[in-house]
Design a protein around this ligand. Structure first.
Ligand SMILES: NC(=O)c1ccc[n+]([C@@H]2O[C@H](COP(=O)([O-])OP(=O)(O)OC[C@H]3O[C@@H](n4cnc5c(N)ncnc54)[C@H](O)[C@@H]3O)[C@@H](O)[C@H]2O)c1
Length: 333
């Protein structure tokens, strides 16, 4: 197989990571960013064959085999549509878009073009969570009653190289905020349990962070036959916490990102049977890059635009719930 030539759109944090990983997997890389300094940073770490400031020129290169989109969320759909129209498979970073309507337009474009799109809800490739899914499926906890997701991390700690106020995550208009950006954990809930029947949500700006996006989200997902699922997402907490606690009839399974482990507890006392993992954060990005290369060779994407649309459906239900102060049934909106 000849070297694949991949255009990486957005040369910031995730774009630089994807570029380096795909180059290590043997790809030629071109990059695009409106900021010259970002293109230069990416090119300093990863040799590039092209560096562009605008999309039509970049997509004009006939040697491209695929496109990775790691720009601010606001731009995802129109850039993905342009790549699909050029016949180029897409690895799209999450979330699909700020709202469900654009995500639906992109789903239509994927169907119409018949060009594959892999969606980067990258925690699906994280070995401890793959193992947790397997344990739940084989009934290790018996009937599940309650699941609690917590994703809490102070925004100022995420990108220490830039003022958080300047980063798209601070901006509602650009698609930042806890609900959209931390929708990984909504995706995890849907990956494990499917779409809930109804959603109750509070979506707030509570902290003193100088942002106009939301920074504190509490969601309750209700399943007719399935656990109660609560999801807390915030951008203001220190120390950081990423945990999922699955509580079933036969015990509790606890996943923590730090320490990197799964723990099973079945006793009254606070005693846990621990399974440590040694995977590094970049491994999940390497895994998604490997799958993207397999998609270029004809494999079907495992995380699809339909998965992204389902997350957007929950997000829109959550927004409606917050606005109206009531439980919202999915499909009601
Ligand atoms: N899967 C994951 O775990 C993961 C991790 C980090 C980021 N992301 C996603 O990746 C996206 C980018 O996040 P980031 O942290 O890399 O942000 P970032 O700000 O570090 O990088 C975004 C880059 O896009 C550039 N940009 C701005 N407008 C653009 C446009 N119109 N076209 C192309 N590039 C443009 C910016 O100049 C910047 O360099 C977001 O959607 C985010 O949710 C996903």
């Amino acid at each position: 197989m000849a070297e694949r030539h991949i255009l990486v759109i957005g040369s910031g944090s995730v774009g630089q990571r994807h570029a380096a990983n795909l180059a290590a997997l043997g790809c030629l890389i071109s990059c695009l960013d409106p900021r010259h300094d970002r293109r230069a940073e990416l090119a300093a770490a990863t040799p590039v064959v092209g560096a562009y400031g605008d999309l039509p020129t970049a997509l004009g290169d006939p040697s491209l085999d695929g496109v990775v989109i790691g720009s601010p969320t606001k731009f995802h759909v129109r850039q993905a549509q342009a790549a699909l129209a050029a016949g180029l498979p897409v690895l799209l970073e999450k979330p699909v878009s700020p709202g469900a309507a654009e995500a639906q337009a992109l789903a239509a474009a994927v169907a119409e073009s018949n060009v594959p799109l892999l969606l980067g809800y990258t925690w699906r490739w994280w070995p401890p969570l793959v193992e947790a899914k397997r344990l739940l499926a084989e009934g290790a906890l018996g009937r599940l009653n309650h699941v609690r997701f917590v994703m809490a991390a102070h925004l100022a700690d995420w990108h220490p190289w830039e003022p958080y106020q300047d980063w798209f995550m601070s901006s509602r208009e650009l698609g930042g905020g806890a609900l959209l950006d931390e929708s990984h954990w909504i995706d995890q809930a849907l990956w494990l349990f499917g779409l809930p029947e109804s959603v109750f949500a509070r979506i707030d700006k509570l902290s003193e962070l100088e942002i106009d996006a939301d920074d504190n989200v509490d969601l309750l997902l209700n399943y007719a036959s399935g656990p109660r699922v609560s999801i807390h997402l915030d951008l203001h907490a220190r120390p950081h916490e990423k945990t999922i606690k699955f509580v079933g009839e036969k015990g509790t399974l606890l996943w923590t990102a730090d320490p990197n482990r799964l723990a099973m507890g079945r006793e009254i006392a606070d005693t846990w049977q621990e399974t440590p993992f040694d995977c590094q954060r970049n491994d999940m990005f390497v895994a998604v890059a490997q799958e993207f290369l397999a998609v270029l060779n004809g494999q079907s994407p495992s995380c699809t635009i339909a998965d992204g649309l389902a997350v957007m459906e929950v997000i829109e239900a959550a927004r409606q719930s917050h606005a109206e102060g009531r439980l919202v049934t999915l499909g009601d909106g």
